[in-house]
Design a protein around this ligand. Structure first.
Ligand code: SF4
Ligand code: SF4
Length: 652
């Protein structure tokens, strides 16, 4: 498809910009006012990325370097003799370690909040008792005859012990298909604990330690698995137990969710402990009265990034923007406070906020920003902190100047946890993945494609995600999505049942019969663990092989930006699902290392990495990968087209 398809009025020459009319209106408004955002910074740098850095062959792990290496030029190897493949593998593993560490620290905080809630020391409750009991079983906790509080405390303590475990393995690993566990055992990559795997990467990548790229990637894999089947899964499950397992909910996304006559408080970051507390108090009579006292009608809570996805899925709180829109949200001039916790928060926010009346409030001791205010969040005192924060926002409302809130907001249906998919497809009384498996086997659904991850200033943001999604659904591939990719799909109307009109005939029939969108919003970045569970359930249901590496499913992160994306990609690949990234890949300057990740891993794990620039090529790569799996399963033959009557539709 032509990249110029829908170029908007605000179109800088170097920065690819964003495929969103509302965002471009605000960017133009901001630019005229002299406000600098990512657009000006990309333009201002003028230079392309350093190819050594981008391609993974710059090593700066000791002070004899940095050593920039060119594969095939022996004179350019590191002063210590390190090869480009070793440098690329070390850098790749450090990205996994950093990404996993982000998810791990998030999970640790979740467990601390969970334990406080279980002990009655935090304002959260145990909302999903069913999930508490099933999770407790996985942790070998006796549930019979015990009260919920005791079970929850023991689960919290056992979950906390996973981080510091030195050996013996993680409880959630046992959820994976037996065949997959065998692969991990044979490869020697079963995580021993969670924190240990990050530490070992940092040790092994220290100067003069592990200097065999394949051996380095073994540890990278073990660390990534400790993230996906450990930390991220702990976050998802304990958050569900505390805040409720998401069910489909209607909401809206994009800048138009901000309100002219209310105090706009935007939550940005990742941990739902804070955003849940803000959601609990936003309608409190004391808060509403305070807002009315300054002339506002109330408090409008909206989200950005993955925190936005968390509160969207559980409360229908609207999303104002994705990662790339965070400055644009401020540039509307309508935000009284942006409350941030951890990860994906641009350091530029206080600078942009200074052009308006907005206060940037950091809340985590692990993530302060020069120029922002700091109100420390404490889950023991969560509601009071949340009220203090909102009152600070209210006090800014009288200082609000001219605003530019575009009208654009799009309806979405979010909240497709794997439990929901189970029930929607199988029905409340016979919840099962059977109908999904059958529809994959009979070819109405070709397969499942996951579109996950960030958006980026290096691509035409939003265009890439939505082009891949459109192409996949047109080819009968059911799409599941998380993170900022989900927000981009939401902006373009792909998260509604009406989007079934863009599907191929088979997927359209299924979506219309069940009433689901063809692109299912499964949550935030830690919720990629939901995809692991869904894939496992598909295997368990039967008929599509006995391992994740056999099911017609594939993933992509076409606009990826964060190191977390590398950790996520590696845990999917090691779980048997191939993954393709867009626009850049951090090992491309070492062909040896890239071949290892793009080809050799497939023989070892049944899944591998790929990279393509053009979104249509990304979609084609995914469809081909799905077709190959269908062929291996013997379900690739085209079926005769059948016209469906009502009875047949009910059977879908
Ligand atoms: S570890 Fe080796 S390759 Fe890396 S900076 Fe030091 S000398 Fe150079
Ligand atoms: S999807 Fe990426 S950019 Fe968006 S919040 Fe998650 S990690 Fe950050």
């Amino acid at each position: 498809m032509n990249m110029e398809r829908k170029r908007m009025a605000f179109c800088p020459s170097i920065c690819p910009g964003i495929e969103c009319e509302a965002s471009n209106q605000v960017l133009e408004f901001a630019s005229n006012k002299g406000v600098n955002t990512f657009v000006q910074r990309v333009e201002g740098r003028g230079l392309d990325r350093c190819q050594f850095g981008a391609g993974g062959t710059c090593c700066r792990n000791c002070s004899m370097g940095p050593c920039m290496m060119i594969e095939g030029v022996p004179e350019s190897i590191g002063i210590c003799g390190a090869t480009p493949a070793t440098a690329a593998a070390r850098n790749f593993c450090r990205m996994i370690a950093a990404g996993a560490a982000a998810h791990i620290d998030h999970a640790r905080e979740t467990v601390m909040g969970f334990l406080a809630a279980a002990k009655g020391e935090a304002p959260y409750e145990i909302k999903d008792e069913r999930k508490l009991l099933s999770t407790a079983q996985l942790f070998e906790i006796k549930t019979e005859g015990r009260n919920i509080k005791d079970i929850a405390i023991e689960l919290g303590e056992k979950a906390m012990a996973e981080f510091g475990r030195q050996d013996g393995g993680l409880h959630f690993i046992k959820r994976a298909p037996a065949k997959r566990q065998e692969v991990w055992k044979k490869m020697g990559v079963l995580p021993r604990g969670i924190d240990r795997e990050v530490v070992e990467i940092m040790h092994r990548t220290h100067m003069g330690t592990d200097q065999d790229y394949a051996n380095l990637i073994l540890q990278g894999t073990r660390c990534a698995l400790a993230d996906g089947w450990g930390a991220s899964m702990i976050s998802t499950e304990l958050q569900d137990i505390m805040f409720g397992t998401p069910v489909p909910i209607r909401a809206t996304v994009n800048l138009g969710v901000l309100k002219t006559d209310e105090v706009n408080v935007v939550v940005h970051g990742h941990e739902p402990l804070l955003s849940e507390a803000l959601a609990m108090v936003a309608d409190d009579p004391e808060i509403v009265a305070a807002a009315q006292a300054v002339g506002a009608k109330g408090v409008n809570l909206a989200g950005v990034c993955c925190t936005g996805n968390e509160v969207l899925m559980r409360h229908g709180i609207p999303i104002a923007g994705s990662f790339i829109q965070q400055e644009i949200v401020l540039a509307t001039g309508a935000v009284e406070a942006m409350v941030v916790d951890i990860q994906c928060i641009m350091q530029s926010l206080p600078t942009v906020a200074k052009c308006y009346h907005t206060e940037i409030i950091t809340t985590s001791p692990r993530a302060k920003i020069t120029g922002a205010s700091h109100i420390e969040f404490d889950h023991h005192n969560a509601l009071q902190v949340a009220k203090d924060i909102i009152k600070r926002a209210i006090s800014r409302y009288p200082q609000r100047g001219p605003v530019h809130i575009p009208q654009h907001k799009t309806e979405v249906v979010a909240g497709f946890s794997h439990e929901t998919i189970n029930q929607m497809l199988g029905g409340a009384f016979r919840a099962s993945y059977r109908p999904l498996n059958d529809n994959i086997i009979n070819g109405r659904i070709k397969g499942v494609g996951a579109i996950v991850g960030c958006d980026s200033a290096r691509v035409r943001s939003g265009y890439v995600h939505t082009t891949v999604a459109r192409e996949l659904i047109a080819n009968d591939v059911l799409v599941i999505t998380t993170g900022c990719a989900a927000t981009a799909c939401g902006r373009e109307g792909l998260l509604t049942p009406e989007a079934a009109s863009m599907c191929g005939p088979g997927l359209r029939e299924v979506c219309e019969a069940v009433g689901i969108p063809p692109v299912l919003h499964m949550g935030s970045c830690v919720d990629n663990s939901r995809i692991l569970i869904a894939a496992t359930e598909i295997v368990r249901e039967g008929g599509l092989g006995d391992d994740i590496s056999q099911i017609p499913a594939v993933g992509c992160a076409p606009e990826w930006m964060s190191e977390k994306a590398i950790a996520i990609g590696q845990y999917f690949v090691a779980s048997g699902a191939s993954v393709i990234f867009g626009h850049t890949f951090p090992t491309t300057k070492s062909q040896v290392m890239t071949d290892y990740l793009f080809k050799d891993l497939f023989d070892l794990y049944g899944g591998c990495w790929g990279m393509e620039n053009d979104p249509n090529d990304i979609a084609r790569w995914m469809i081909e990968a799905i077709d190959k799996r269908r062929e291996a399963l013997g379900i690739h033959k085209k079926k005769e087209r059948v016209l469906f009557d009502m009875a047949m539709r009910r059977e879908l």
